[in-house]
Design a protein around this ligand. Sequence first.
Ligand code: NAG
Ligand code: NAG
Ligand code: NAG
Ligand code: NAG
Ligand code: NAG
Ligand code: NAG
Length: 554
Amino acid sequence: MAMISSITTLRPSIPLILITSFLLLSSPLLVTSEDPYVFVDWVVTYSQISPYGVQKQVIMINDQFPGPLLNTTTNDNVFVNVHNQLSEPFLLTWNGVQMRKNSWNDGVEGTNCPIAPGKNWTYSFQMKDQIGSFFYFPSFGFQKAAGGYGPIRINNREVIPIPFDQPEGDFDVLIGDWYNSDYKELRSSLDDGVKLPSPDGVLINGLPQYKANFTFQPGATYRLRISNVGLKATLNFQIQGHKLLLIETEGSYTIQQYYDTLDIHVGQSYSVLVTADQPEIATYYMVAKSRFSDGDIPVTGIAFVHYSGSNGQPVGSLPQSPCSNDYTYSMKQALSIRRNLTAGAARPNPQGSYHYERINITRTIILKNGAALISNITHYTVNDVSFVYPDTPLKLADYYHIPDVFTLNGIPDIPDGRVPVFGTPVIDALYKDFVQIVFQNNQPIIQTWHLDGYSFFVVGMDGGNWDASKKKGYNMMDAVSRSTIEVYPFSWTAVLVPLDNLGMWNIRSQDEEKRYLGQEVYMRVRGVDTSVLPNPRDENPIPSSIIKCGRAAN
Ligand SMILES: *[C@@H]1O[C@H](CO)[C@@H](O)[C@H](O)[C@H]1NC(C)=O
Ligand SMILES: *[C@@H]1O[C@H](CO)[C@@H](O)[C@H](O)[C@H]1NC(C)=O
Ligand SMILES: *[C@@H]1O[C@H](CO)[C@@H](O)[C@H](O)[C@H]1NC(C)=O
Ligand SMILES: *[C@@H]1O[C@H](CO)[C@@H](O)[C@H](O)[C@H]1NC(C)=O
Ligand SMILES: *[C@@H]1O[C@H](CO)[C@@H](O)[C@H](O)[C@H]1NC(C)=O
Ligand SMILES: *[C@@H]1O[C@H](CO)[C@@H](O)[C@H](O)[C@H]1NC(C)=O
């Protein structure tokens, strides 16, 4: 193994010799010798907090809520040793990190057995060819309602300049709806068919109204990496008196445009630049207010932006958020977000050098969300199938050829109006296919969809039903590439994705209630011949430490 080329990302407390031997012991194929690595130890525990007046058990990582920043650079090899000290199994997933060739470490129930209480397991993955702002969260057993989430940054390599002046500093801003009830109570209510209650508030970096502070030097510009880590609410974000210059969405640098407010749907991440350009050395409101709340009373997160030297209260009233149900405004904003084709990102060549518009679509999959009474409880469906997890992760069942764990192509590519049922469907897809996925939403509520293992080009969205004639209106030039996209009520959103990452990948509703009650599916991206193991060049071999459970246990 080649010498470590950079140790700047290491924690100083870990002796070099230890790291080297750790690397030698773990799968050497995983580590690209030229690339540096990051090694972190995370201890997961319960604690009690009461942000909105009610004590609640939260999930902490290294005694922090939100959890620590995972600060990395493009191509870093990352090792996260997770020690589960909860009373139940635990899994973390890396929302938006592409896990190239490595669904083994994706951290969802379809790919990994959860880490048992009292045990630890080391996730190992590479931040291959990515830049941007993301977050991690617990994917098992509705634990996301108890926190356990934290920010991820993938910084540009030094050789590739960022497409804007170096900001004075970066802030991670995690916003999300918050529920006073214990996550286990919420979980058993959902099991009994009780709808998730209205949120009790919004947290900004784990803090309730008027508790989180951001300090700006007058005149300086900051990068805010904002993620909506909540369970379901869309949040409209703004800073009183300041414009937001949008620069990045989940790993794409965007055409830089100013917005007064930004709709951030559940599971989405954005970077904006904010300049402390107001004449008054004063304190300003940061506001994250829920929208499109499906009958819930809107909730508002409020933090302070202090210009340094100012400790007072903000002047004036809270800035107004856009009208709660104005979908037109929100869709118009979504369509205005475009990729900067000339900016470099993870590679020296510009983002626009991959010409998605020249590639023929080889398969169209329409995923229609729905809700149906199954076993007397409202479950949520994709093409009329409500996903149920078997006792064995799909990825392990596939690898060990264990039959009857999942149903290949168990949902149709085009919804066929079947009677809603439970199932464990896996979309069977071919490596190098170029797939069009249309998310069709015929319900009165907003939806947000995410694909693991990839980012996709968001080429179109509009009201009504999608049909092939809509392709004429697609953005075939500078569509943004990201991994989580909203679908407005009675509308569709179309994305294009080149299937260049072998593995078992989760396609999920980012609304945690809907996902918990079945609104997800998996896509297996495979080579033509499934009787041979993929070339390790195309997919990492199974990690020797992989946890085995269910029918894969022996
Ligand atoms: C993150 O890593 C970058 C690159 O090594 C470094 O410059 C920066 O200071 C780090 N940020 C934090 C908050 O640790
Ligand atoms: C568990 O943690 C110990 C050290 O804390 C480490 O040596 C070991 O490799 C870890 N086990 C796994 C499966 O990651
Ligand atoms: C932030 O500032 C407010 C008022 O200026 C204060 O009440 C609050 O405790 C501060 N929060 C933290 C975490 O320091
Ligand atoms: C696009 O990126 C380039 C850097 O390559 C930058 O100079 C330019 O300002 C960006 N354009 C827009 C409109 O954001
Ligand atoms: C795309 O399809 C057209 C028409 O079927 C064909 O002429 C063309 O060669 C195809 N392009 C590629 C890149 O496969
Ligand atoms: C479903 O609910 C109805 C009415 O509440 C009840 O009569 C029926 O027994 C229930 N069926 C099942 C399978 O629980």
